[in-house]
Write a protein that binds this ligand. Structure first.
Ligand code: SF4
Ligand code: SF4
Length: 441
């Protein structure tokens, strides 16, 4: 493969807004007085609490057991005492939450020991370590990683891709992790490659991060099966199907999965967490996140303990500049708007973005002028104007016949629309209604 940046069809070029944090070294956030650890932080079945009020816990101790295959156990991020177990709001909904008061000692649980050399372990043992470490996709989607690494026998996987694109504006956590801890990422990649028995691993990085490309190339120079691939800086380059297409030229079919074309994709942060789980034995109890935006006083990249309230983190970053216009978990394109800062950090918290009132303003839409810009840029080749129009008329099944369910909700159509039509919002509604009607019938 040549080293010219690879890319996919469609996509947009939103402003990056990464300047304020892309050169900031990752720092460790303070241990909070209290952590709020939800039992649902991933796609799949929630966990069951296995501690009770009054129990003492340590860092890395399992506190939530996964009772289904598509689920991932949850561990304490502090040492201290369980104060309450109750339903609370989280960034993605409402979930049973274990509230632990930290004793400030940060004592580590006895189960946290190195898992040995990856070369000495079988693929089944590797998947088991990843499962028991509670590792889920750290790019935002939160899919349990051991499930991704257990494809059915009829799916022949021959390629692993690490996603270091970080195409969302504002976010720089993955960028900094690649620059600062490349060896741990490579270690995680090697574990993933062994788990799915492949000998070809790629690391796709957008070409607006030349320092990360250089460092990752240097760290992998003795690994003949691993190649760093610069990809064009274009949104949504980090969508896994776009990344597969950019790097391998394979097309994942509509409604299909990466494994249908022989590929497994994981985020670089996920690979880092896997590397760490083998080296130190520490399960996923903390993560790096970018705290940024026009409405925050001191943007930073922080290692945050899972369960730390957004409020504590925002305070540690100097608080709000003014009354914020919008708070988002993740980036501005695919992140989730938050109504409260009392919610806790979860495994999928890649960032906390605070926009000021001006930036958060939603413009009044004008009528569609049929310019077809939304069609030209849709990376999935949809016709957003028609799906949206049908959705706004509540003709959801008809919207479905325009492949509404294939929309990856990247928001590119809304971004380019000169009439500021509510394309993404209306397509989301259509998808929700189609799925709920299918469940009923
Ligand atoms: S229709 Fe969906 S996939 Fe296409 S540009 Fe809009 S949000 Fe992205
Ligand atoms: S970009 Fe906006 S104005 Fe242009 S066709 Fe699409 S919906 Fe209509």
């Amino acid at each position: 493969m040549n080293l010219q940046s690879q890319t996919f069809k469609g996509g947009i070029h939103p402003p990056h807004f990464k300047k304020s944090t892309e050169n900031l070294t990752i720092e460790r956030a303070k241990t909070p007085d209290m952590v709020y650890i939800p039992m649902q932080q991933h796609i799949g079945a929630p966990c069951e609490a296995i501690v009770k009020v009054g129990d003492s816990v340590k860092i890395g101790q399992k506190v939530g057991e996964a009772k289904a295959f598509v689920s991932a156990p949850i561990h304490s991020s502090v040492s201290g005492k369980v104060k309450k177990i109750q339903k609370l709001d989280t960034p993605t909904g409402n979930a049973t939450t274990i509230i632990i008061e930290s004793d400030g000692k940060n004592e580590i649980h006895e189960s946290v020991v190195s898992k040995g050399k990856i070369d000495d372990l079988t693929k089944e043992e590797i998947v088991e370590v990843i499962k028991e470490a509670g590792i889920t996709g750290l790019g935002g989607a939160g899919f349990p990683t051991h499930v991704k690494l257990s494809p059915p026998p009829e799916k022949k996987v021959d390629t692993v891709i690490l996603n270091g694109a970080e195409c969302e504006p504002y976010l720089t956590a993955d960028h900094r992790l690649m620059v600062e801890q490349p060896e741990m990422i490579i270690k995680g990649l090697k574990a993933i490659m062994k788990a799915v028995e492949v000998t070809k691993g790629f690391i796709g990085i957008e070409d607006n991060k030349p320092d990360a490309i250089k460092v990752m190339m240097e760290a992998s120079k003795n690994e003949k099966n691993i190649q760093v691939v610069p990809v064009k800086t274009k949104y949504p380059q980090g969508d896994e199907k776009r990344l597969i297409n950019s790097i391998t030229k394979r097309e994942v079919p509509n409604g299909g999965l990466p494994m249908d074309v022989g590929v497994v994709v994981n985020n670089v942060g996920t690979a880092h967490a896997i590397g760490n789980a083998f080296e130190t034995g520490m399960p996923l109890v903390e993560r790096v996140a970018t705290i940024t935006g026009s409405g925050i006083n001191n943007p930073r990249n922080l290692i945050i303990k899972i369960g730390t309230p957004f409020k504590d983190i925002i305070d540690e970053c100097g608080g709000f500049k003014d009354n914020p216009g919008k708070i988002i978990m993740g980036g501005p394109m695919m992140g989730i708007a938050q109504h409260s800062i009392e919610v806790p950090t979860i495994k999928g918290t890649s960032g906390i973005l605070v926009l000021d009132k001006e930036e958060a303003k939603i413009p009044d839409p004008d009528p569609c002028i049929r310019c077809a810009k939304c069609v030209d840029i849709c990376p999935v080749n949809l016709q957003p104007l028609f799906i949206s129009k049908l959705s706004l008329k509540r003709m959801y099944e008809e919207a479905g016949s325009y492949n509404a369910l294939s929309c990856i909700e990247c928001g590119s159509c809304s971004f380019v629309c000169p009439s500021k039509r509510p394309l993404l919002q209306s397509i989301r509604v259509a998808k929700r209604e189609i799925l709920s009607n299918r469940k009923k019938s």
